[in-house]
Design a binder for this molecule. Structure first.
Ligand SMILES: [Zn+2]
Length: 325
Protein backbone atom coordinates (compact mmCIF):
# COMPACT_ATOMS: atom_id res chain seq x y z
CA UNK A 1 0.00 0.00 0.00
CA UNK A 2 1.30 3.43 -0.86
CA UNK A 3 0.18 6.77 0.48
CA UNK A 4 0.65 9.43 -0.98
CA UNK A 5 2.04 12.84 -1.55
CA UNK A 6 0.03 15.01 -3.84
CA UNK A 7 1.89 14.49 -7.05
CA UNK A 8 0.44 16.45 -9.89
CA UNK A 9 -1.90 14.16 -11.76
CA UNK A 10 -0.25 14.96 -15.04
CA UNK A 11 3.21 14.07 -13.84
CA UNK A 12 2.95 10.52 -15.05
CA UNK A 13 2.82 11.28 -18.72
CA UNK A 14 6.05 10.25 -20.31
CA UNK A 15 7.63 9.23 -17.04
CA UNK A 16 6.91 5.57 -17.17
CA UNK A 17 9.72 3.53 -18.65
CA UNK A 18 10.31 4.78 -22.10
CA UNK A 19 8.63 2.10 -24.08
CA UNK A 20 9.22 3.04 -27.68
CA UNK A 21 5.47 2.81 -28.18
CA UNK A 22 4.82 5.31 -25.44
CA UNK A 23 7.53 7.68 -26.50
CA UNK A 24 6.79 7.69 -30.18
CA UNK A 25 3.04 7.71 -29.93
CA UNK A 26 2.36 10.81 -27.87
CA UNK A 27 -0.62 12.20 -29.72
CA UNK A 28 -2.41 15.48 -29.27
CA UNK A 29 -4.44 14.30 -26.31
CA UNK A 30 -6.82 17.24 -26.43
CA UNK A 31 -7.91 16.16 -29.89
CA UNK A 32 -8.58 12.54 -28.95
CA UNK A 33 -12.05 11.49 -27.94
CA UNK A 34 -12.86 8.30 -26.05
CA UNK A 35 -15.11 5.78 -27.76
CA UNK A 36 -16.63 2.79 -26.02
CA UNK A 37 -17.83 -0.55 -27.32
CA UNK A 38 -19.79 -3.19 -25.49
CA UNK A 39 -17.78 -6.38 -25.91
CA UNK A 40 -20.08 -8.89 -24.26
CA UNK A 41 -22.18 -9.19 -21.07
CA UNK A 42 -20.67 -6.88 -18.41
CA UNK A 43 -17.50 -5.99 -20.31
CA UNK A 44 -16.73 -2.92 -22.43
CA UNK A 45 -13.71 -1.73 -24.42
CA UNK A 46 -12.71 1.94 -24.37
CA UNK A 47 -10.50 3.37 -27.09
CA UNK A 48 -8.66 6.68 -26.89
CA UNK A 49 -4.89 7.24 -27.02
CA UNK A 50 -2.65 4.39 -25.94
CA UNK A 51 -3.63 0.84 -25.12
CA UNK A 52 -7.23 -0.30 -25.14
CA UNK A 53 -9.01 -0.09 -21.78
CA UNK A 54 -11.27 -2.93 -20.65
CA UNK A 55 -14.04 -2.18 -18.15
CA UNK A 56 -16.26 -4.58 -16.23
CA UNK A 57 -19.38 -3.03 -14.69
CA UNK A 58 -21.89 -4.45 -12.23
CA UNK A 59 -23.68 -4.01 -8.92
CA UNK A 60 -20.40 -4.00 -6.95
CA UNK A 61 -18.91 -1.21 -9.01
CA UNK A 62 -16.30 -0.99 -11.74
CA UNK A 63 -13.13 -2.94 -12.52
CA UNK A 64 -10.76 -1.39 -15.06
CA UNK A 65 -7.94 -3.05 -17.01
CA UNK A 66 -5.26 -0.51 -18.03
CA UNK A 67 -5.42 3.29 -17.91
CA UNK A 68 -3.79 4.71 -21.11
CA UNK A 69 -1.79 7.97 -20.80
CA UNK A 70 -2.36 10.34 -17.88
CA UNK A 71 -3.88 13.15 -19.99
CA UNK A 72 -6.63 10.76 -21.13
CA UNK A 73 -7.76 9.91 -17.60
CA UNK A 74 -10.52 12.49 -17.20
CA UNK A 75 -12.12 11.57 -20.51
CA UNK A 76 -11.93 7.88 -19.72
CA UNK A 77 -13.36 8.41 -16.24
CA UNK A 78 -16.22 10.45 -17.67
CA UNK A 79 -17.09 7.71 -20.14
CA UNK A 80 -16.89 5.04 -17.42
CA UNK A 81 -19.19 7.16 -15.22
CA UNK A 82 -21.65 7.43 -18.09
CA UNK A 83 -21.58 3.69 -18.82
CA UNK A 84 -21.83 2.63 -15.18
CA UNK A 85 -24.24 5.24 -13.87
CA UNK A 86 -21.57 6.72 -11.59
CA UNK A 87 -20.60 3.47 -9.88
CA UNK A 88 -17.32 3.54 -7.93
CA UNK A 89 -14.08 2.16 -9.39
CA UNK A 90 -12.89 -0.58 -7.03
CA UNK A 91 -10.10 -2.28 -8.99
CA UNK A 92 -7.54 -1.26 -11.56
CA UNK A 93 -5.51 -4.05 -13.17
CA UNK A 94 -2.30 -3.25 -15.07
CA UNK A 95 -1.52 -5.79 -17.82
CA UNK A 96 2.14 -4.65 -17.89
CA UNK A 97 4.54 -1.79 -17.25
CA UNK A 98 4.34 0.36 -20.40
CA UNK A 99 3.35 4.00 -20.07
CA UNK A 100 0.54 3.82 -22.62
CA UNK A 101 -1.19 1.28 -20.35
CA UNK A 102 -0.51 2.62 -16.84
CA UNK A 103 -0.23 6.39 -17.32
CA UNK A 104 -3.65 7.08 -15.80
CA UNK A 105 -3.08 4.96 -12.70
CA UNK A 106 -2.86 7.77 -10.20
CA UNK A 107 -5.94 9.56 -11.45
CA UNK A 108 -7.95 6.33 -11.58
CA UNK A 109 -6.83 5.36 -8.11
CA UNK A 110 -7.91 8.67 -6.64
CA UNK A 111 -11.19 8.64 -8.55
CA UNK A 112 -11.83 5.24 -7.02
CA UNK A 113 -11.93 6.87 -3.62
CA UNK A 114 -15.14 8.62 -4.52
CA UNK A 115 -18.15 8.02 -6.69
CA UNK A 116 -16.92 8.63 -10.21
CA UNK A 117 -18.24 11.85 -11.60
CA UNK A 118 -17.08 14.66 -13.79
CA UNK A 119 -15.29 16.38 -10.94
CA UNK A 120 -13.82 14.13 -8.29
CA UNK A 121 -12.56 15.75 -5.14
CA UNK A 122 -9.17 14.31 -4.23
CA UNK A 123 -9.19 12.90 -0.76
CA UNK A 124 -5.81 11.78 0.43
CA UNK A 125 -4.93 10.13 3.69
CA UNK A 126 -8.13 8.65 5.01
CA UNK A 127 -9.10 7.16 1.69
CA UNK A 128 -6.90 4.66 -0.09
CA UNK A 129 -8.72 4.75 -3.40
CA UNK A 130 -9.04 1.90 -5.87
CA UNK A 131 -6.74 -1.09 -5.61
CA UNK A 132 -4.19 -1.38 -8.40
CA UNK A 133 -3.19 -4.97 -9.18
CA UNK A 134 -0.20 -5.99 -11.29
CA UNK A 135 2.39 -8.71 -11.59
CA UNK A 136 5.37 -8.18 -9.34
CA UNK A 137 7.75 -7.85 -12.31
CA UNK A 138 5.67 -5.01 -13.76
CA UNK A 139 5.73 -3.18 -10.44
CA UNK A 140 9.48 -3.75 -10.07
CA UNK A 141 10.07 -2.11 -13.44
CA UNK A 142 7.86 0.85 -12.52
CA UNK A 143 9.91 1.41 -9.35
CA UNK A 144 13.29 0.86 -11.05
CA UNK A 145 12.94 1.53 -14.76
CA UNK A 146 16.65 1.48 -15.43
CA UNK A 147 19.00 4.12 -16.79
CA UNK A 148 17.51 7.20 -18.35
CA UNK A 149 13.93 6.80 -17.23
CA UNK A 150 12.21 8.25 -14.19
CA UNK A 151 10.44 5.90 -11.80
CA UNK A 152 6.67 6.01 -11.48
CA UNK A 153 5.40 8.19 -8.61
CA UNK A 154 4.40 6.28 -5.52
CA UNK A 155 0.75 7.21 -5.85
CA UNK A 156 0.59 5.55 -9.27
CA UNK A 157 2.19 2.26 -8.31
CA UNK A 158 0.31 -1.02 -7.95
CA UNK A 159 -0.99 -1.55 -4.43
CA UNK A 160 -1.35 -5.33 -4.78
CA UNK A 161 1.08 -7.55 -6.67
CA UNK A 162 1.44 -11.28 -7.16
CA UNK A 163 4.42 -13.38 -8.20
CA UNK A 164 2.76 -16.74 -8.82
CA UNK A 165 1.41 -17.92 -12.17
CA UNK A 166 -2.07 -16.70 -11.35
CA UNK A 167 -4.14 -14.39 -9.20
CA UNK A 168 -7.88 -13.96 -9.09
CA UNK A 169 -10.60 -11.54 -8.10
CA UNK A 170 -14.29 -12.29 -7.62
CA UNK A 171 -16.23 -9.17 -8.54
CA UNK A 172 -19.67 -8.35 -9.89
CA UNK A 173 -20.67 -11.98 -9.64
CA UNK A 174 -17.87 -13.30 -11.79
CA UNK A 175 -14.46 -14.83 -11.43
CA UNK A 176 -11.75 -12.69 -12.97
CA UNK A 177 -8.52 -14.64 -13.54
CA UNK A 178 -5.14 -12.92 -13.86
CA UNK A 179 -2.72 -15.20 -15.70
CA UNK A 180 0.98 -14.33 -15.82
CA UNK A 181 2.68 -15.02 -19.17
CA UNK A 182 6.43 -15.25 -18.58
CA UNK A 183 9.03 -13.50 -20.74
CA UNK A 184 6.63 -12.51 -23.53
CA UNK A 185 5.96 -8.84 -24.45
CA UNK A 186 7.81 -7.99 -21.21
CA UNK A 187 8.50 -10.17 -18.15
CA UNK A 188 5.44 -8.91 -16.26
CA UNK A 189 2.47 -9.41 -18.62
CA UNK A 190 -0.87 -10.80 -17.53
CA UNK A 191 -3.96 -11.95 -19.37
CA UNK A 192 -7.23 -10.97 -17.69
CA UNK A 193 -10.00 -13.52 -18.24
CA UNK A 194 -13.58 -12.60 -17.36
CA UNK A 195 -14.91 -16.09 -16.95
CA UNK A 196 -18.65 -15.46 -16.95
CA UNK A 197 -18.74 -12.62 -19.46
CA UNK A 198 -16.41 -14.81 -21.55
CA UNK A 199 -13.94 -12.10 -22.51
CA UNK A 200 -10.12 -12.13 -22.46
CA UNK A 201 -8.27 -8.82 -22.14
CA UNK A 202 -4.77 -9.48 -23.42
CA UNK A 203 -2.71 -6.32 -22.99
CA UNK A 204 0.06 -6.25 -25.58
CA UNK A 205 0.41 -10.04 -25.62
CA UNK A 206 -1.95 -9.81 -28.59
CA UNK A 207 -2.37 -6.81 -30.87
CA UNK A 208 -3.85 -6.79 -34.35
CA UNK A 209 -2.24 -3.55 -35.50
CA UNK A 210 1.22 -4.89 -36.34
CA UNK A 211 3.92 -7.40 -35.45
CA UNK A 212 4.22 -7.99 -31.71
CA UNK A 213 6.49 -5.62 -29.82
CA UNK A 214 9.06 -7.82 -28.09
CA UNK A 215 10.51 -5.54 -25.39
CA UNK A 216 13.82 -7.35 -25.03
CA UNK A 217 15.18 -4.76 -22.58
CA UNK A 218 12.29 -5.60 -20.23
CA UNK A 219 12.49 -9.35 -20.49
CA UNK A 220 10.42 -10.02 -23.60
CA UNK A 221 11.07 -12.98 -25.94
CA UNK A 222 9.45 -14.30 -29.10
CA UNK A 223 8.89 -17.74 -27.61
CA UNK A 224 7.07 -16.13 -24.68
CA UNK A 225 4.82 -14.31 -27.16
CA UNK A 226 4.01 -17.57 -28.96
CA UNK A 227 3.27 -19.24 -25.62
CA UNK A 228 1.00 -16.37 -24.59
CA UNK A 229 -0.91 -16.51 -27.89
CA UNK A 230 -1.40 -20.23 -27.30
CA UNK A 231 -2.63 -19.48 -23.78
CA UNK A 232 -5.23 -17.08 -25.22
CA UNK A 233 -6.34 -19.76 -27.67
CA UNK A 234 -6.64 -22.24 -24.78
CA UNK A 235 -9.04 -19.86 -23.00
CA UNK A 236 -11.19 -19.03 -26.00
CA UNK A 237 -13.99 -21.15 -27.41
CA UNK A 238 -15.69 -20.31 -30.72
CA UNK A 239 -19.45 -20.38 -30.92
CA UNK A 240 -20.64 -23.39 -32.91
CA UNK A 241 -17.37 -23.48 -34.85
CA UNK A 242 -18.09 -20.03 -36.23
CA UNK A 243 -17.09 -16.53 -35.35
CA UNK A 244 -18.02 -15.20 -31.93
CA UNK A 245 -17.99 -17.13 -28.66
CA UNK A 246 -15.22 -15.93 -26.34
CA UNK A 247 -14.26 -12.37 -27.27
CA UNK A 248 -10.76 -10.93 -27.11
CA UNK A 249 -9.81 -7.33 -26.29
CA UNK A 250 -6.33 -6.76 -27.73
CA UNK A 251 -3.77 -4.30 -26.37
CA UNK A 252 -4.14 -2.26 -29.54
CA UNK A 253 -6.60 -2.66 -32.38
CA UNK A 254 -10.11 -4.01 -32.80
CA UNK A 255 -12.12 -6.54 -30.80
CA UNK A 256 -11.26 -10.06 -31.93
CA UNK A 257 -12.27 -13.67 -31.48
CA UNK A 258 -10.44 -16.99 -31.41
CA UNK A 259 -10.14 -17.26 -35.19
CA UNK A 260 -8.32 -13.93 -35.32
CA UNK A 261 -5.86 -14.99 -32.63
CA UNK A 262 -5.26 -18.36 -34.30
CA UNK A 263 -4.42 -16.67 -37.58
CA UNK A 264 -2.02 -14.30 -35.81
CA UNK A 265 -0.46 -17.11 -33.76
CA UNK A 266 0.12 -19.16 -36.91
CA UNK A 267 1.86 -16.23 -38.59
CA UNK A 268 4.11 -15.49 -35.60
CA UNK A 269 4.95 -19.18 -35.22
CA UNK A 270 5.88 -19.48 -38.92
CA UNK A 271 8.14 -16.41 -38.72
CA UNK A 272 9.71 -17.70 -35.50
CA UNK A 273 10.41 -21.09 -37.11
CA UNK A 274 11.92 -19.53 -40.23
CA UNK A 275 14.32 -17.42 -38.17
CA UNK A 276 15.19 -20.38 -35.97
CA UNK A 277 16.05 -22.39 -39.06
CA UNK A 278 18.26 -19.59 -40.39
CA UNK A 279 20.06 -19.34 -37.05
CA UNK A 280 20.61 -23.09 -37.23
CA UNK A 281 22.34 -22.58 -40.57
CA UNK A 282 24.69 -20.07 -38.95
CA UNK A 283 23.23 -17.02 -40.65
CA UNK A 284 24.01 -13.56 -39.24
CA UNK A 285 21.37 -10.98 -38.39
CA UNK A 286 22.15 -9.16 -41.62
CA UNK A 287 21.71 -12.34 -43.63
CA UNK A 288 18.44 -13.12 -41.85
CA UNK A 289 17.14 -9.61 -42.44
CA UNK A 290 18.14 -9.80 -46.11
CA UNK A 291 16.29 -13.10 -46.43
CA UNK A 292 13.08 -11.29 -45.38
CA UNK A 293 11.45 -13.98 -43.22
CA UNK A 294 8.32 -11.82 -42.81
CA UNK A 295 7.88 -10.88 -46.47
CA UNK A 296 4.53 -12.55 -47.09
CA UNK A 297 2.98 -10.81 -44.04
CA UNK A 298 4.51 -7.36 -44.37
CA UNK A 299 1.62 -6.00 -46.42
CA UNK A 300 -0.73 -6.51 -43.49
CA UNK A 301 1.55 -6.09 -40.45
CA UNK A 302 4.87 -4.62 -41.56
CA UNK A 303 6.27 -1.14 -40.86
CA UNK A 304 9.26 0.69 -42.28
CA UNK A 305 8.95 3.66 -39.92
CA UNK A 306 7.60 4.38 -36.47
CA UNK A 307 8.46 2.95 -33.09
CA UNK A 308 8.49 -0.72 -34.07
CA UNK A 309 9.62 -1.51 -37.58
CA UNK A 310 9.70 -4.90 -39.25
CA UNK A 311 13.48 -4.80 -39.05
CA UNK A 312 13.36 -4.27 -35.28
CA UNK A 313 10.90 -7.13 -34.95
CA UNK A 314 13.14 -9.49 -36.93
CA UNK A 315 16.13 -8.49 -34.81
CA UNK A 316 14.19 -9.15 -31.58
CA UNK A 317 13.16 -12.58 -32.87
CA UNK A 318 16.76 -13.33 -33.90
CA UNK A 319 18.28 -12.21 -30.61
CA UNK A 320 15.78 -13.88 -28.30
CA UNK A 321 16.19 -17.17 -30.19
CA UNK A 322 19.90 -17.00 -29.45
CA UNK A 323 21.13 -15.66 -32.76
CA UNK A 324 24.64 -14.17 -32.70
CA UNK A 325 26.14 -11.19 -34.52
ZN1 LIG B 1 3.19 -2.62 -24.11
Amino acid sequence: MVLVSLVAAGALAGLVPEAPRAAAQQPDFDAVNVRSFRVQENVYMLVGAGGNVTVQIGADGVLVVDTQFAPMADKLLAEIARLSGNKPIRYVINTHVHGDHVGGNERFRRAGSAIVAGNVAFEIGGNAGALIIAHENAQRRMVDPGPGAAPVPAAALPTDTFFDDEDEVYFNGEAVRLLHQPAAHTDGDILVFFRKSDVVSTGDLYVNTGYPFVDVARGGTINGIVNALNAIIDLTVPRDKQEGGTMVVPGHGRIADEADVVEYRDMITIIRDRVQLMIGKGMTLQQVTDAAPTADYDGRYGATSGFWTTEMFVEAVFRTLGGQS
